[in-house]
Design a protein around this ligand. Structure first.
Ligand code: PGA
Length: 265
């Protein structure tokens, strides 16, 4: 794992966007896994900025979103389909037929999950996936005590997740209680993984995920077993990390404090 720690959210967003941009430069027809939530908003804004400056081309890019609430339509303003259009897709030259998000209204969920996995495989697999992390250590909607072998599936959202996501809704009762999410195995099959986290309330989950044991009650801890993971943190999310004290984990994690900013695109 390569852990990059920045002074602030803007810097981590720019650097994460640079990393995605590098992927697209290396492979124009990249297959990207994308996250929603507050964390990647800054990164999407940066990707839009690079695109508007003529420095990125999304015309051959294929995307698969990590998850979608179950039981709401893509027109619903709380859907992740809506989020992606609002934060990224409407501003760039992606071909909408290359955009994939689980169907939150699928009648047969099992079929929908299988279809989604087949589409990912059919596209050649994920080249790079962007993840946020929940305060409870979830990635995608893979909540604590998940089985690491899961592929795309229907999940019941954790109470903590429902609480955390209430901020996007009028009240807690409106937050969907289930979602379709890529599984841990789907995520781990991506060739490269970026995990982004900012703010004090992510510090404990980050500490456990990076320096604790690999265990199902901290789903993100599984990332320690992937061979190409880059973690982008601000100082607040990194505040419990003290790699110097932990010699064994230092072998697995390369920490890079105040990472030199990669030059602007
Ligand atoms: P957030 O969500 O970016 O809105 O904090 C991250 C997550 O729950 O995975």
């Amino acid at each position: 794992m390569k852990v990059h720690i920045y002074d602030n959210y803007q810097q981590l967003s720019t650097q994460a966007a640079q990393c995605v941009a590098k992927q697209l430069k290396e492979k124009k027809a990249s297959v990207l896994g994308l996250a929603t939530g507050s964390t990647p908003r800054g990164m999407y804004a940066e990707l839009v900025r690079f695109y508007k400056a003529g420095k990125l081309d999304f015309s051959s890019v294929t995307t698969f979103n990590l998850d979608e609430y179950y039981g709401i339509s893509k027109e619903n303003k709380h859907s992740y389909y809506y989020y992606m259009r609002e934060n990224l897709f409407q501003y760039i030259n992606i071909d909408i037929k290359n955009v994939h998000i689980p169907n939150g209204l699928a009648e047969n969920v099992e079929e929908e999950c299988l279809r989604y996995e087949k589409e990912i495989t059919g596209a050649g697999g994920l080249d790079l996936i962007v993840l946020g992390i929940g305060r409870n250590g979830h990635i995608g909607f893979n909540e604590p005590n998940i089985q690491f072998e899961t592929m795309t599936h229907l999940v019941r959202l954790d109470k903590d997740t429902i609480k955390a996501n209430t901020r996007f809704f009028e009240k807690e009762e409106e937050v969907p209680t289930t979602a379709i999410s890529m599984g841990i195995k789907t995520i781990m099959q991506s060739k490269k993984i970026l995990l982004l986290a900012n703010g004090r309330d992510k510090a404990s989950a980050i500490h456990k995920a990076l320096l604790g044991k690999v265990r199902p009650d901290i789903p993100a801890s599984i990332l320690q077993l992937h061979n190409n993971v880059s973690i982008f943190l601000d100082k607040e999310a990194a505040r419990f990390l003290s790699p110097k004290k932990d010699k064994t984990k230092r072998l697995r994690c390369a920490f890079d404090y105040n990472t030199t900013l990669i030059s602007e695109m």
